[in-house]
Design a binder for this molecule. Structure first.
Ligand code: F6R
Length: 608
């Protein structure tokens, strides 16, 4: 969603700001803008790509100076127009502001400001906050920001500059991430570490209600009431190579191919085959509560929900603990019953998804132990849970989530084994499963080696506008995930569902040649899946089967077979999803879409 970059130092700000915005493009946006202070305040905004803004700024030639800020906007309040793009400014005092989040009480504040003569030029909540700071400005930007934020309800990460204070930049946070990257005699502030990693090795992560005044000489952190805080500076756990494309054409492709090594990182140090046990340092302090849990609730959105659905099967199957999985957005508002002994697990790549965060708060407030299965270290969900297990799959930049999905499934498998082993799973059974788990990355490499065939099969159907994805048991959520992947980057309509559900209605959709992708690997329901394949085939559907290597039987039913190596059924989603990720990728490329910047989508959805 929206992205912030700001700079104060001794170098020209504009090239650093534009480079930062380009690194944030993956998050999804529809307009961009930039402001610098050099004598006066200069602001430029543009609808569309950062490259449009860049052309304008460079064409103008006047965007010089060593203090500035910039933004990519994903519209929430008001349509996609230049007037609604950030930075917003208050002409009276030459204040410019960029904002991620939502100011909930903006309407009341707007009326108050209009009564004081402010004339609004946009439909945004952000302009209200900008003008409020302007209204309260009395020669000290930091105090004006603190005073304005005391009046605000909602979520924000903001950066503010003022032409009357060319030596300072003020930033603040509540509920939306913001980091101050510390370079040598310069500071780069961003909502995402990928925008600062090229310039800084250390960073200060703002906590909620922190206001930080940054000058070229240093920074000062305080509360909204101006009580000084001791800032915690940390090493940035990201290097440039991790966020560069390298030899790949798209981040999504890179991340699909990174999965074997990403999973090796997820598993590293967590499997003790000799003792037949799983070691999860992040949750060990709560091991007793987790092992004695009477119920797990897994909650997430989108792809993370699909991995959570697999987690439900894993926890019930391996650990035998009653488990429910639910969309965070629904769970939050249905007055959920949380009994003693409930453990809620929020699953999220970004750790910033607003729906998931609210569900977590709700469950926590009602007394559940809150665990996070998160990728982004230090993200809001990671910080607001009692304990958690990081995915360790590295930064995921492609908007379509891939390696985070397999990482989430791997972590949920570890969690289920952790509980199972402490309840009744024998060390030998656990050691056997560990051996199988360790083999998964190598098996994914085998699937990836066959990517070309997956591309050929996909391209045969590239003109079709409707696809079905069908699976049973552990592979029902994989079918949902396959359909979501295809939809979001190739804009082809796809539905994923339990294979048995198809004959209760969706079978009416099947027409001649309609692609139906079946997860038909060997497992408890193999024969039943074969019957479902026959039902679709006899109505003219084109069957693409993801099957277990060596299964010749399936060739008599399926039109195309994509093989995956054999593995225990409970681990199979980490393999069967890979051909579906590749199909979605190749379909989008064949249709000429911008794979890493799909229309209307944002990487981390920070609004409910
Ligand atoms: C789909 C996708 C989204 C996210 C969802 C949750 O490819 O990426 O569906 O999975 O928005 O995001 P996180 O995992 O960051 O909570």
């Amino acid at each position: 969603m929206c992205g912030i970059v700001a700079y104060i130092g001794n170098r020209e700000a504009t090239p650093i700001l534009l480079e930062g915005l380009k690194r944030l493009e993956y998050r999804g946006y529809d307009s961009a803008g930039l402001a610098v202070v050099n004598g006066g305040l200069k602001v430029c905004r543009a609808v569309g790509r950062v490259s449009v803004l860049e052309e304008r700024v460079e064409g103008d030639g006047g965007f010089t100076g060593t203090l500035g800020l910039a933004h990519t906007r994903w519209a929430t309040h008001g349509s996609v127009t230049e007037a609604n793009a950030h930075p917003h400014h208050d002409e009276r005092n030459g204040i410019a502001l960029v904002h991620n989040g939502i100011i909930e009480n903006y309407a009341a504040l707007k009326t108050y400001l209009q009564e004081r003569g402010h004339v609004f030029k946009s439909e945004t909540d952000t302009e209200v906050l900008t003008r409020l700071i302007g209204e309260l400005y009395d020669g000290d930007l930091e105090s004006a920001v603190q005073a304005a934020l005391r009046e605000v309800t909602g979520a924000y990460a903001i950066a503010v500059i003022c032409e009357r204070e060319p030596d300072s930049l003020v930033v603040a946070r509540k509920g939306s991430p913001l980091i101050v990257g510390i370079g040598s005699d310069e500071y780069i502030i961003a909502s995402d570490p990928s925008a600062i990693v090229a310039h800084a090795a250390q960073a200060l992560t703002l906590e909620d209600y922190n206001v930080v005044k940054v000058t070229r000489e240093g920074f000062r952190s305080s509360t909204l009431d101006n009580i000084p805080l001791t800032p915690k500076v940390q090493q940035l756990e990201l290097d440039l190579e991790q966020i560069e494309l390298g030899s790949y054409s798209h981040y999504m492709q890179k991340e699909i191919f990174e999965q074997p090594n990403a999973l090796r990182n997820t598993l590293r140090g967590r499997l003790d085959r000799a003792e037949g046990r799983v070691v999860l340092g992040g949750v060990s302090a709560f091991a007793k509560e987790i092992v004695k849990a009477r119920r797990f609730i897994l909650t997430a959105q989108g792809t993370a929900l699909h991995s959570a659905m697999i987690g439900e099967y894993l926890l019930e199957d391996l650990a035998k603990v009653p488990t429910e999985c639910e969309y965070a957005s629904e769970f939050r508002y249905r007055n959920p019953i949380i009994e003693d002994g409930t453990v809620v697990v929020a699953v999220s790549q970004s750790g910033e998804t607003a729906d998931t965060l609210s569900a977590l708060h709700e469950a926590h407030e009602r007394g559940a132990l809150a665990l996070g299965v998160v990728n982004v270290v230090g993200s809001t969900i990671a910080r607001e849970t009692d304990a958690g297990i990081y995915l360790r799959v590295g930064p995921e930049i492609g908007v379509a989530s891939t390696k985070a999905f397999t990482g989430q499934v791997a972590v949920l498998t570890l969690l289920a084994m952790f509980v199972a082993r402490r309840r009744f799973m024998s060390p030998d059974d656990c050691a056997d499963l560990i051996r199988e788990l360790e083999a998964i990355p190598g098996k994914i490499e085998t699937i990836l080696a066959g990517a070309e065939r997956i591309r050929e099969v996909t391209e045969k159907h590239i003109e079709r506008e409707n696809w079905l994805f069908l699976g049973r048991g552990y592979n029902y959520p994989v079918a949902m995930e396959g359909a979501l992947k295809l939809k979001e980057i190739s804009y082809i309509h796809a539905e994923g569902m339990p294979a048995a559900e198809m004959k209760h209605g969706p079978i009416a959709l099947i027409n001649d040649g309609m692609p139906a992708v079946f997860l038909a690997n060997r497992g408890r329901q193999y024969d039943k899946v074969m019957s479902n394949i026959s039902e679709v085939k006899s109505r003219g559907g084109h069957i693409i089967a993801v099957a277990t290597e060596g299964d010749q039987n399936i060739r008599s039913l399926a039109d195309d077979v994509l093989y995956v190596p054999e593995c225990p059924e409970c681990l199979s989603p980490m393999l069967t999803v890979v051909p579906l990720q590749l199909m979605a990728y190749y379909a989008a490329v064949a249709r000429g879409h911008d794979v890493d910047k799909p229309r209307n989508l944002a990487k981390s959805v920070t609004v409910e």
